[in-house]
Each structure stands twice: as C-alpha cells, then as structure tokens.
Design a binder for this molecule. Sequence first.
Ligand code: ZN
Length: 136
Amino acid sequence: MIKYRLICDKGHEFDAWFKGSATFEDQRNCGQLKCAVCGSRKIDRAVMAPALALSSGDLMTEEDREKRDMVEKLVDHVERDFDYVGEDFADEARKIHNGEARPREIYGEATLSEAQDLLTEGVPVAPLPKPPRKKD
Ligand SMILES: [Zn+2]
C-alpha cells in the first residue's frame, strides 16, 4: 500500500491509500476518486517541492553546520565550474543531451514543468538547494 497526497481542482488536499501507483491511475481515470471536502472528481497528486530545512542561530547542531557547509560548497562549486545559461537552461540542457551543443556542465533557471519534461526525456537535471547568484 502507498499513501498519496491528493489535491482537487479547488485546491483541497487530502491523503488516500492505494495498492500501487497503477491503482491510483485507474481509479482517477475512471472518476472513482472524489474530493473529501467538495466532492470534485478532478483529482491529481499534489506535487511536493523538494526542500532542505536547516535550523539556524544558536540552536544549530554540529550536523546542521555540516549540512549547511555542504550546501555552500556545492553551490560554490557550481558557480565556479559550471556555465551559467540563465533562462535558456532547459533548451541548452536538451541540446547538450542530444549532442547539438558543446558538452559541458551548466546551471540556470528552469520551471518545475521544464525540469519534469527534461527528466522524462532522460536528461539528467537536479534542483539546487539554494538559488545560485546570477552572473552577467
Ligand atoms: Zn475539493
């Protein structure tokens, strides 16, 4: 059994259990799923944004500091060694993947749906834990 966080077209969120992801798809496609609040049958899985939570100030543990340092190092590394391509990120990542652009590591801005499309096409992309500084 897996638990999904669902959301209706009116924005009500609720949890439901399914035997598997296929069961969820079947039930949704047959209109068997219903919002517990308003009864809407337009149901989808709620998207959970990846997040990295760090405590701050004096309450920081040694482990928190290590995590924070790791994030800082990662972002520094990306800013130093990757090509910044700004809002062309999705296009450029796709071109590199397809061999239409010079192979290199890049970073930039992408919308959630652009990132999902890239992953669906097999282009390896990953979210950065904090937004990199923009370069001119
Ligand atoms: Zn609803």
